[in-house]
Design a protein around this ligand. Structure first.
Ligand SMILES: NC(=O)c1ccc[n+]([C@@H]2O[C@H](COP(=O)([O-])OP(=O)(O)OC[C@H]3O[C@@H](n4cnc5c(N)ncnc54)[C@H](O)[C@@H]3O)[C@@H](O)[C@H]2O)c1
Ligand SMILES: [Zn+2]
Length: 363
């Protein structure tokens, strides 16, 4: 299969997303094509480096220094870990000509991206995402950042990469739960922009879970295309980009109210999408067929962590701390027909509580 090249427009300069099984092998050429020079500093996590570092080191031959390894996982996505990255960069003498390669999942990508955005007021960044979540979503669009004890992703910047290399072969080592968590984000793209993706996930489920690259590569490429198109038109999230938040208001609230311990991000978004469907239906914008389609494809992927012990008032309070609150009112992305969204700007507590009840939060 030939690699897919998708251009993303950004005020700091357009950049390509290259998607394809085996494209990582061409990294030196890709770096060269983008004038990123021969030497880069790889930042990854011990686990990802253990699994894929040797391959990357072989591909880059002598062109990379020793990697900088920092812990990943949501609870490590902190300013403290970014501090460790700064220290390592200073120690290896990285200057403004440095090119930093983030090799890992969304946590590494966001955290390393934030370090790249701020180190010496900004150095060049290359994203090599290694989870489904990171390949279809977080590596594209330039949002980088870390969590604060009071909320997720509250500290951050826009720092678009110079190049994104998404190689589905890297996903072969992903635990099933992580793999599935990323697929919920693909479902999100299906709901907001491409119903055919939902059909694909439904009909090719077994092959996808077997990491069949012939099935995996097209859904990753299609997801990247959708994300790239949206962020190209609305880099700083003044409008259109908010559609990507479908399922994320309640999703983020679930993550926050369980202290980031219970859900994988995608799992929380899966609940969030079902809640958004129920809320949209109550408000008369989401047709019953769209609600049914969302619930069905989510249920089909497998079990989600429980929510029945959570208190609706806690989750509701957490939605209000989310960044989607603009001057005090909650902006809520709702689905219309499959492939279309609309924004509700006057969502009441009652609406949210009804939606939480629909996903099983009854306390
Ligand atoms: N910047 C954005 O626009 C954006 C968009 C969506 C999500 N995000 C962020 O992304 C994060 C979630 O990313 P994630 O789901 O990739 O989580 P993650 O980075 O925590 O990775 C999940 C786990 O998988 C492991 N892993 C990574 N690659 C692997 C591989 N190839 N094989 C085996 N194990 C591997 C990691 O070590 C980690 O334990 C969240 O913090 C979320 O806020 C950011
Ligand atoms: Zn997400």
């Amino acid at each position: 299969m030939a690699a897919t090249r998708i251009e993303v427009a950004a005020s700091a300069g357009a950049y390509p997303v290259i998607v394809g099984a085996g494209v990582l092998d061409t990294l030196p050429q890709l770096l060269d094509d983008e004038h990123l020079g021969a030497h880069c500093i790889i930042i990854s996590s011990p686990l990802v480096w253990e699994l894929h570092g040797r391959r990357l080191a072989r591909i880059l031959k002598g062109q990379a220094r020793q990697p900088i390894l920092v812990p990943d996982g949501e609870r490590s996505k902190t300013l403290q870990t970014v501090g460790r990255i700064y220290e390592a960069l200073i120690k290896v003498g990285a200057d403004r000509s440095a090119v930093i390669v983030a090799l890992g999942g969304g946590v590494i990508g966001d955290m390393v991206g934030f370090a790249a955005a701020t180190y010496l007021r900004g150095v060049r960044l290359v994203q090599v995402p290694t989870t489904v979540m990171a390949q279809v979503d977080s590596a594209i669009g330039g949002k980088v950042g870390v969590n604060h004890p009071l909320g997720k992703n509250l500290i951050g910047a826009f720092h678009p990469p110079k190049l994104v290399v998404a190689d589905p072969l890297l996903l072969a080592t992903l635990p099933r739960r992580e793999f599935r968590a990323g697929l919920y984000e693909v479902i999100k793209y299906g709901v907001i922009a491409a119903p055919s993706l939902l059909e694909r996930i439904h009909s090719r489920r077994a092959a996808l879970f077997n990491h069949d690259e012939e099935e995996l590569e097209p859904i990753i490429a299609e997801s990247c295309r959708i994300k790239a198109a949206v962020v190209s038109r609305d880099e700083l999230e003044s409008g259109l980009r908010r559609t990507l938040n479908f399922g994320h208001t309640v999703g983020h609230a679930l993550e926050a109210s369980t202290d980031y311990r219970r859900f994988r991000h995608g799992e929380a978004v899966a609940y969030g999408m079902m809640a958004a469907a129920a809320l949209g239906n109550r408000r008369g914008v989401t047709p019953p067929a769209t609600v049914a389609a969302i619930n069905h494809v989510v249920a089909e992927l497998g079990p989600l962590p429980p929510v029945s012990d959570l208190h609706a008032s806690d989750v509701l309070a957490a939605t209000k701390r989310d960044k989607k609150v603009v001057s005090g009112t909650l902006h809520f992305v709702a689905a219309a027909e499959l492939g279309l969204t609309t924004e509700l700007t006057d969502v009441s507590d009652k609406d949210v509580k009804h939606a939480l009840k629909a996903i099983g939060i009854r306390k």
